[in-house]
Ligand binder design. Sequence first.
Ligand code: FUB
Length: 325
Amino acid sequence: MTDKEPIVKHVYTADPSAHVFNGKLYVYPSHDRETDIQFNDNGDQYDMADYHVFSMEEVGGPVTDHGVVLKQEEVPWVSKQLWAPDAASKNGKYYLYFPARDKEGIFRVGVAVGEKPEGPFKPEAEPIKGSFSIDPASYVDEDGQAYLYFGGIWGGQLQCWTSGEFNQDAYKQMEAQEGPALSAKVAKLTDDMTAFSSEVQDVIIVDEAGKQLDSSDHDRRFFEAAWVHKYNGKYYFSYSTGDTHYLCYAIGDSPLGPFTYGGRILEPVIGWTTHHSIAEFKGKWYLFYHDASLSKGVNHLRCVKIREIVYDAEGKIKLADPQPK
Ligand code: FUB
């Protein structure tokens, strides 16, 4: 029933994306840093400038920091804010997906390619064509088809793209207040993992009656932090509800959805943001998440933690050890 310890304390880490590569557990987080930037709703204070990769042989065992694997200065199209990344492996190579603001201040998703899970990663010169917003999460299905999920509202600019073009004015309106909730996005990836091979489409989440969740349903609708994993033949789409601070999930029969709302994985943590990934390692399933406990509650100075999760007979996700209140 005790709270968990951060996986590392020598740097601030957040937005953990976990993958098992070559029998080892790798975590690809954001690298939070202290700045004197004023806090605002755009999230300007989340001013990250590089990525580290961490690995471990056992959950709870020693964690190796593989150091800086990609820096802002190395990416020609980036102006600032290297936010939540993810990684994937295909055809013997490793891919680091990352969002950042381009030179016009618009969030795009880039990809960098490496020979090893721990990098280093060489960035492509341009962001992925057709990409926008934040929080990329990759999923490579058993048939080899890879998908990239992305999107986040408020500072993540998803609300600026409802017309298909970037609309700066929508920035101030934040989120649509009526009608169906804004959806995360998904596109198929090409075999070389560096471009979209399909149109970008909505990730639809419906309730038990099959009705798309409404934008006023702040406790259940998507906000940011998309993640997809497969369990028992079903696809689980999990995400943060943002301003209500929950991690929730929905279940579907296809990686493209639709997904039926399934429940809540994690209650609010210390700090404003919540963001996670889910992975199986050595026969157990884990939730990788962050809170701001290491900085004693500074929202943009976070630390990654790990909790075991279990599934009930209906495939519902539960924490193995209940979250302390
Ligand atoms: O780390 C910056 C942003 O905070 C991420 O992109 C969001 O998901 C939230 O965790």
